[in-house]
Write a protein that binds this ligand. Structure first.
Ligand SMILES: *Cc1c(COP(=O)(O)O)cnc(C)c1O
Length: 368
């Protein structure tokens, strides 16, 4: 943890994004916030008090994340996408004991969950995950009816929901989502009273017919669009600003070079600043020479290669740049050249990867 790197997380932006999503689903659809990987790198510790008041439940990837949420005192619905490890009885028991809703995605998962419920002497709550075409976790759609029967026959396992996940909801081509949706509908028992859910952020935004009675948005809550084709569709507000401070500034002469490999050479006399963030902090190395940071409201290009814990920026055109000045590494303004979405484009990746990588070595603070 580097306490001179700060991710300021805006509570009002998160509130706004949830309002925007709720305006799409209407009041009768539950909103389950996906908070895996420390809220996609935005920091569970700071966001939990904000989110827990606004959403109808949480979804996480791993059992440990689910148990950590319970340990924060959250008493509501928690869905865990991944199973406890097959031989990790302690975690399997904890999930039952803490009334985490577990995912059944195979016969063996069901057997482990039933065994844990038996050991604990309580009922295990589960949602069935159906693979309707994503080809990842889930029971193949044609086996879903048998699986529903098997769960209903397991004495200590209570089926409370059924869900699926779309492979292409963020794509402009709408065909695959329609096919997956059709397969999902075809296996749903009539009037079951179960929680049915399918929509990630992209489907919540672009496919209202996928909302059922709960949606599972992640990235949109944090203010990024799930894909370029959905940008500008909704007025989402990115909630994260990442700041550092200039730790050195020095003059350089025309022709001098900087960084590993000496890849950058200055084409005029100028000044270079050193910012204490690098790829070890999740700042992508392939942004070298491409991205900018902002100092005193002006752009400074990342020049030379990004190192593990520092990088150099060209401050020749920011004459008053000095040691101690604030460096805005990530801007919450989606139009800024150093927004998450623009950095993702430059790095050849998606906004999710940018925020997740930045989250692990940084101090999160809640603002507004
Ligand atoms: C990560 C995830 C989500 C959230 O996806 P976003 O694109 O961030 O909205 C929803 N459902 C499942 C199963 C996921 O793994």
């Amino acid at each position: 943890m580097k306490n001179y790197l700060t991710a300021s997380i805006s509570a009002s932006a998160v509130r706004h994004n949830i309002e925007v999503l709720r305006s799409l689903t209407g009041p009768d659809v539950k909103l389950c916030a996906v908070v895996k990987d420390d809220c996609f790198g935005h920091g569970m510790d700071v966001l939990f008090p904000v989110l827990s008041k606004l959403v109808d439940g949480f979804a996480v990837a791993s059992p440990i994340e689910a148990l950590q949420l319970r340990n924060k005192g959250y008493k509501g619905f928690i869905l865990c996408f991944l199973s406890a490890y097959f031989d990790d009885f302690e975690v399997q028991d904890d999930l039952v004991w803490h009334r985490i809703t577990q995912t059944v995605m195979s016969r063996s998962a069901l057997a482990s969950i039933q065994a844990a419920a038996d050991r604990v002497g309580d009922t295990a709550l589960v949602h069935l995950k159906v693979d309707t075409g994503m080809g990842r976790l889930g029971v193949p759609a044609r086996q879903a009816p048998d699986m529903i029967k098997a769960i209903n026959e397991a004495p200590d396992v209570l089926l409370t929901g059924i869900y699926t996940h779309f492979a292409t909801a963020d794509d402009a081509n709408r065909e695959e989502v329609s096919l997956q949706l059709e397969r999902f509908r075809s296996i749903l028992p009539p009037d079951s009273g179960l929680v049915l859910h399918a929509a990630n952020s992209a489907a919540t935004i672009d496919f209202p017919q996928t909302h059922f009675n709960m949606v599972r948005p992640g990235i949109a809550i944090y203010g990024c669009h799930p894909s370029e084709h959905l940008e500008n569709r909704l007025p989402l507000h990115p909630c994260m600003t990442v700041k550092a401070k200039l730790i050195a500034v020095k003059h350089v002469q025309q022709g001098s070079r900087c960084g590993y490999g000496l890849t950058h050479s200055f084409d005029r006399d100028g000044r270079v600043g050193v910012v204490p963030i690098g790829y070890g902090d999740g700042y992508f190395r392939n942004l070298s020479g491409k991205a900018v940071v902002r100092i005193n409201g002006l752009n400074a290009t990342v020049c030379g290669r990004v190192s593990m814990d520092q990088m150099t920026v060209d401050v020749t055109d920011i004459p008053d740049a000095a040691v101690g000045n604030e460096v805005e590494v990530i801007s919450a303004d989606p139009a800024a050249p150093n927004s998450v979405e623009n950095l993702a484009r430059l790095a050849g990746t998606i906004p999710y990867e940018i925020t997740c990588h930045l989250g692990h070595n940084i101090r999160h603070e809640l603002v507004d």
